[in-house]
Design a protein around this ligand. Sequence first.
Ligand SMILES: NC(=O)c1ccc[n+]([C@@H]2O[C@H](COP(=O)([O-])OP(=O)(O)OC[C@H]3O[C@@H](n4cnc5c(N)ncnc54)[C@H](O)[C@@H]3O)[C@@H](O)[C@H]2O)c1
Length: 288
Amino acid sequence: MSPDIKSIRACVIGLGNVGYPTAAHLRKHGFTTCGYDVSKTKAMSVNPFPAYSKWDDVPESDAYFICVNTDWRNETPNMSNVFDVCRKIAQLRHDTRPLVSIESTVSLGTCKKVATFFDSVHLVHVPHRFWSKEPQQHGVRQSRVMGALNKESLEIGQQLYSALEIPLYPVSSLEVAEMTKIAENAYRFMQIAFSEQLRLTCEKHGMSFEEVRNAANTKWNISLLDAREGIGGDCLPKDIRYLNFLLENPLLKGAIEVDRLYIKHIARKQRSCDNNHEAFLNQNVVAQ
Ligand SMILES: NC(=O)c1ccc[n+]([C@@H]2O[C@H](COP(=O)([O-])OP(=O)(O)OC[C@H]3O[C@@H](n4cnc5c(N)ncnc54)[C@H](O)[C@@H]3O)[C@@H](O)[C@H]2O)c1
């Protein structure tokens, strides 16, 4: 790593929902920035920075920001994209020790495993909290947790993220950062699942969930969330499973099951709505 933080050459790997704005943010803050994505479409779209889809074209960099997607496959966390790109970085010859910042959400133990790929590396885990619907308030610049391989990595990571104006909450290890991220999303999942369960119960008893929710939320320490069409997106359903994978337990399993039943219920309601609508249209055609 170069001692002059602003002269660092940055490379963002994975130019999707999280990686693209991260690279744009680095560029905006004056860093020499490039991007790499296995998807040609992502790499070749109009970017305010050079982007590559062939690894051999990626220039040597001082800091790598890993923003590839992580998965839940065959009932197991799948970190293959993270391992793939980190192995590639480890095989490059670097004049100075690079910083690798893992911003993807990863399962417990992933970052320590990544560290074993390198002879020498500065490694931090700074999981993203990106919320694409509010990019200003909850985009790249919001406060984040940072765990590090060692003291030196933490210091370098802090300098870099401070230059990027991203407030940090440092924790004592990579594992604490990993666990914090999946706990945040699992907790959010459970809050929504509670509302889904309550909505099902209210409907069964002929009551308005909205009325009950609004009434309960008048209490100072209650904040029931809305229950809409089920817990979508890639992150919450995946991350609660990462947590449950560590220690299977009835609380998380129950929340996952409630969401599954709720989605089925919504689909059934929608089908019956569609059928009624179709019957109504058919009736009117006959009547005409
Ligand atoms: N989307 C969000 O709002 C959000 C919020 C917080 C955290 N996260 C986490 O951030 C990570 C990325 O999420 P995302 O929504 O940006 O995913 P995404 O699918 O939008 O983008 C990931 C990109 O990585 C690329 N990629 C995959 N494997 C690669 C490889 N081996 N080499 C190079 N490129 C590769 C894909 O082609 C894709 O363009 C995930 O771990 C996710 O859980 C996402």
